[in-house]
Design a protein around this ligand. Structure first.
Ligand code: 1HE
Length: 264
């Protein structure tokens, strides 16, 4: 299968309040080239402007095979450095933006593909998903933020194990490790991710903003600074008219209650 030069590498669709971004290079297992990173940046910025939440998925049976190795093989050192910094910038647009991103994962979630998934806020995997960090066997190192984000998600020791052994970790084990929040039957990851994205879109935008922007920063602070920042953020968010209206709606029995989970 060959693709035309003008076919988008990341397709974008707005479904109601939720943007759907699809890595669309299935013939190369959605490997992430420089052009894919730029296409992703355009779609992420558009989603931030016009959607309240987003889903990120891969076209075909695999989420992403990671860094485009064909493009990387002859890269001069300075370009590799600039490339990694650009991945950080673009993945940062996902991680620290105004809207939640939910990743729908299937098949290979490998190397830079796993790093990309780690920049999203909620990860849903179907039973076919497998995770690997084969950087060691390829003679390279993570460059898309994995040593920060993946290490925090599953622990540095597990990440070191994955990088040193190159082993694949199945979806079930990754769920136990905390690397994915939801495990669903084969073929159901997008449906679940979309449903979760719609749910997050119903929150007050400033509350979502605080979760995405204050919570991770607080993790980087000393405990006392974190508590202080939490108080500031909390007072600021509750002082908005939207918060007042939502609190009143609960007191006047116009808002949904919190319910016990029905599937456990
Ligand atoms: C690729 C890539 C790629 C596939 N860059 N072209 N990532 C890896 O080390 C993973 C490498 N890929 C694989 O191990 C396998 O391709 C998969 C397990 C993902 C899928 O296997 P399969 O049997 O379905 O596909 P395939 O036949 O291996 O690949 C189909 C085509 O995609 C083939 O090209 P073709 O022209 O021969 O058809 C492959 O060459 C191509 N392809 N993966 C380029 N990654 C910022 S730092 C991040 C560091 C990393 O990400 S390291 C991990 C790199």
């Amino acid at each position: 299968m060959t693709r035309a030069a003008d076919e988008p590498l990341v397709t974008y669709e707005l479904r109601g309040e939720v943007a759907v971004l699809t890595l669309d290079r299935p013939d190369k297992r959605n490997a992430i080239s420089d052009a894919v990173v730029e296409a992703l940046a355009v779609s992420v910025l558009r989603a931030r402007r016009e959607a309240k939440a987003a889903v990120l998925r891969g076209s075909g049976p695999h989420f992403s095979a990671g860094l485009d190795l064909g493009e990387h093989v002859e890269k001069p050192l300075a370009d590799a450095l600039a490339g990694s910094r650009r991945w950080h910038e673009v993945f940062g647009l996902i991680e620290r933006g105004p809207i939640p991103f939910v990743a729908a994962l299937a098949g290979a979630v490998v190397g830079g593909g796993f790093e990309l998934a780690a920049a999203t806020h909620i990860r849903v995997a179907d039973e076919t998903a497998f995770f690997a960090l084969p950087e060691g066997s390829r003679g390279i190192f993570t460059g898309g933020g994995g040593s920060v984000r993946i290490a925090r998600l599953i622990g540095a020791a597990r990440m070191a194990d994955m990088m040193l052994t190159g082993r694949s970790v199945g979806a079930r084990e990754m769920e136990r490790w905390g690397g994915v929040g939801y495990l669903v039957p084969e073929g159901r990851a997008f449906e679940k991710a979309f449903e979760l994205a719609q749910r997050t879109a119903r929150n007050a935008p400033l509350s979502n903003w605080a979760v995405l922007n204050a919570l991770p920063r607080i993790q980087d602070m000393a405990a006392d600074d974190g508590l202080f920042t939490e108080s500031l953020m909390s007072a600021l968010v509750s002082a908005t008219p939207e918060a007042r209206e939502r609190l009143r709606a609960f007191l006047e029995k116009r808002a949904e209650r919190v319910r016990a989970p029905d599937d456990e």
